[in-house]
Design a protein around this ligand. Structure first.
Ligand SMILES: Cc1ncc(COP(=O)(O)O)c(C=O)c1O
Length: 450
């Protein structure tokens, strides 16, 4: 097949990357993982070039941070302009207007009609931590309920909220107290005796018994939910389930926190994934693509809830840095000008068509699923038993990397190939990348069976 964009000429790692990798292993602890054994030289749009001159099509986007593409001109020039003015004064010392501008825009964009307020932080985990802090302060309750399979970060509270043990929690206890996990609908793996509707009803009923066996609802400050579970393999709940949980929250005076860190800013074809379910979260945690790679995050929430914290109780030294706010404003400008949400839908449709063809060709694909451009393939050893094909998934990824496409693994069972490509990827680049992904699955299967 003719390749125009992806071109890996050397083995990975190439000679320069190999030297860097040796130095990395010498000085950086192994606990800090990496997906591809090479080092970037430059990146633009959906393309990456490594230090050895290999070219890659990026279907990972730094795990969903780069929805508007690498080094978009609008973002680069906003950052240059900001660097020339000032870099950091500390919003809690001398304030700056990009923080206000960005907060105003996000408050308007967030789902629902009630007045919102916005605060900024540094990372996704920190946004979740703060959403929980605010929820506790507002409700004067301590318990927080997250969902099995959910991922919320690597700090103590967010690791505690996370519903997957390895590699995130194993041997890192004890965890934060008053955190409970409720079941989340994994439709592909639901009991055979139930259809989707019955399964949803069953899980919602489970919440009622959960309130009897695990925690009284009067003690619960918040439920926290990803609109689509990211790390766990792009698991999409039914609208009925999300609305059901929302209703349960309202009934018991519990706040509903949306973790939009991976789903936000165009990934699902909307600014916020929760827009698909017609619910208005009390609090929303955002990060990743909100600033095209700058380390900034935020909490958006109903005014009354956000204002329950008193002066000085929220914030931090670097929170809402001017560079992050300027990048974020530029992201919103690009999203509007380039219709990024519509583009996500178009990309999603193309990917799902190709996934359907792959599903017809390869029995190892147990399910393909997606919402907007948040698309994934779940690989299994056998379609009947649905036994997860974890090793095979790792091999497919490695093969794709060798052929010049960066893809990521996900899944409770580490058997999902997930795509988080920049949404500015061209049709030609997308087609080439999907061809390579398909070739990679084929090559691994021939290797396995041949
Ligand atoms: C849904 C979700 N929440 C929270 C986080 C944690 O974000 P960070 O790694 O910036 O702390 C992530 C990161 O992947 C995520 O996908």
């Amino acid at each position: 097949m003719n390749k125009k964009f992806a071109n890996v000429q050397t083995e990975l790692p190439g000679p320069k990357a190999k030297k860097l990798l040796d130095r990395r292993h010498d000085v950086v602890p192994q606990g800090v993982g990496y997906g591809v054994p090479t080092f970037v030289e430059k990146a633009k749009g959906a393309l990456l070039q490594d230090v050895d001159g290999n070219h890659f099509i990026d279907l990972a986007g730094a795990i969903g941070c780069i929805n508007v593409g690498h080094s978009h001109d609008t973002i680069v020039s906003a950052l240059h302009d900001q660097v020339d003015r000032y870099i950091h004064t500390g919003f809690n010392v001398m304030m700056y207007d990009p923080y206000i501008d960005f907060a105003e825009k996000l408050a308007t964009l967030a789902p629902g009609y009630s007045k919102k307020k916005v605060m900024f932080l540094n990372s996704g985990a920190e946004a979740v931590e703060n959403a929980v802090k605010i929820a506790r302060k507002y409700t004067k309750r301590q318990a927080v309920v997250s969902f099995s399979g959910g991922f919320h970060g690597r700090t103590l509270m967010t690791m505690s909220l996370t519903g997957k043990v390895r590699p995130f929690k194993y041997e890192y206890g004890p965890f934060a107290p008053e955190v409970y996990h409720a079941p989340y609908p994994y439709n592909y793996r639901r009991p055979e005796s139930m259809n989707e509707e019955e399964y949803t009803d069953y899980l919602l009923e489970q919440v009622e018994s959960f309130f009897i066996s695990e925690v009284d609802p009067s003690q619960v400050a918040a439920f926290i939910m990803e609109p689509v579970q990211g790390e766990s393999g792009f698991i999409i709940p039914s609208k009925k389930f999300v609305q059901g949980i929302y209703e349960i929250c309202k009934q018991h005076g519990i706040l509903f926190i949306a973790d939009e860190i991976q789903t936000g800013f165009g990934r699902t074809g909307k600014y916020f994934g929760m827009e698909h379910y017609d619910v208005e979260p009390d609090l929303t945690a955002i990060s990743k693509s909100m600033a095209a790679g700058l380390p900034i995050s935020g909490v958006i929430g109903r005014e009354e809830v956000m204002d329950s914290a008193k002066p000085g109780e929220l914030g931090g030294t670097y929170c809402g840095s001017p560079l992050g706010c300027r990048a974020g404003l530029a992201v919103l400008e690009v999203m509007e000008k380039e219709n990024i949400n519509d583009r996500a839908d178009i990309i999603g449709k193309k990917v799902m068509e190709r996934f359907k063809n792959m599903y017809d060709r390869f029995d190892v694909i147990g399910e393909y699923r997606g919402l907007g451009a948040m698309c994934a393939l779940e690989l299994v050893k056998d379609r009947d038993s649905k036994e997860p094909a974890k090793e095979l998934t790792g091999q497919v990824l490695k093969e794709a990397h060798k052929r010049g496409v960066i893809v990521l693994k996900a899944g409770v069972h580490d058997n999902v190939v997930r795509l988080l490509m920049p949404l500015v990827i061209t049709d030609e680049q997308l087609e080439e990348a999907l061809n390579i992904l398909e070739e990679s699955i084929e090559a691994v299967l021939v290797g396995v069976n041949g």
